[in-house]
Design a protein around this ligand. Structure first.
Ligand SMILES: Nc1ncnc2c1ncn2[C@@H]1O[C@H](COP(=O)(O)OP(=O)(O)OP(=O)(O)O)[C@@H](O)[C@H]1O
Ligand SMILES: [Mg+2]
Length: 269
């Protein structure tokens, strides 16, 4: 289905993703973990063609994604919708219009300019919001919603594209535990009920274990673990995060990063 072969990205002299290979042969929910700077976002952005790769290849159902240009590239970007930590909604626009934005790449400039949406699309947008439990908020401005609700609007906008893959870059990093759970439950349900593949960068190991069928661990741009949550031992997790015995599964990648940086920081007299 989806194959990533020796995918590499360098920025100047720095290698952000280093010869990463992943093969996905059926719809799955995959969690990518690793400390800050490991290359998780760069990998997702290359998948969605937001960032150009330096070498290697991405293939999906027989097509080379990394070779797509123009309309074919935009079509691919609709096939693998992306969700971000900061939701990326239009704050002053109402919820349903934000969701309808998910159909943008399929519409004419003129229709977009005059905010003309077919009735069928509007009904579908409301149905998707309903499925995510937020239909009652449809007429409100996006900025009036809580973070968890806004992230569900972003998921609704992604679903509007009817994507085969949903890419989520730290979808719950800005949310409180309760909203984080609601958003992860929604992603899991979309995977199970629709058979869509979900690939999510997650900032805690805990969440990856609880929700994902497969966990991929990155360190310095390389994939250093790829297996089921059961196969991921505490020792391996410690290696992925470069953490010591004080490592805790609930700790976020940023906390682990700050902790290790504090330990190696020079002590001033
Ligand atoms: N546009 C860019 N220009 C230069 N360097 C970049 C750029 N984007 C990422 N990098 C570098 O590539 C490396 C990987 O970054 P990336 O954002 O993919 O890491 P990450 O695992 O997503 O980290 P975080 O957990 O902090 O989000 C880092 O060293 C980063 O500084
Ligand atoms: Mg990132």
């Amino acid at each position: 289905m989806l194959t990533i072969e020796k995918l590499t990205k360098t920025f100047g002299g720095k290698t952000a993703v280093d010869s990463a290979s992943i093969s996905v042969d059926r719809p799955m929910m995959i969690g990518i973990i690793g400390r800050s700077g490991a290359g998780k976002s760069t990998l997702l952005r290359m998948l969605n063609r937001l960032t150009d790769h330096t070498s290697g290849a991405i293939r999906f159902e027989g097509r080379e994604v990394t070779a797509l240009r123009g309309a074919a590239k935009r079509e691919w970007q609709a096939d693998c919708a992306m969700i971000f930590q900061q939701f990326n909604l239009v704050p002053r626009m109402d919820v349903v219009s934000n969701v309808l934005h998910g159909t943008l790449n399929k519409r004419s400039t003129l229709a977009t300019l005059f905010n003309l949406y077919p009735d069928a699309d509007i009904h579908r947008a409301i149905d998707i919001l309903d499925r995510l439990g937020i239909a009652e908020h449809a007429p409100k401005r996006a900025e009036a919603l809580s973070g968890g609700q806004q992230q569900r609007v972003a998921i609704a906008r992604a679903l509007m594209q009817d994507p085969k893959i949903i890419l989520a870059d730290e979808p719950i990093a800005s949310l409180d535990p309760m909203n984080a759970q609601i958003v992860m439950d929604a992603l899991r349900r979309i995977h199970e009920e629709d058979g869509r593949t979900v690939i999510a960068n997650l900032h805690t190991l805990d969440t990856a274990r609880r929700y994902c069928d497969r966990v991929i661990g990155m360190l310095h741009g390389r994939i250093v673990f790829d297996g089921t949550p059961e196969q991921l031992t505490t020792g391996t997790a410690r290696d992925i995060y470069g953490a010591d015995a004080s490592f805790s599964e609930e700790a976020t990648s940023t906390q682990i990063d700050a902790l290790t940086r504090a330990k190696v920081a020079p002590v001033h007299a």
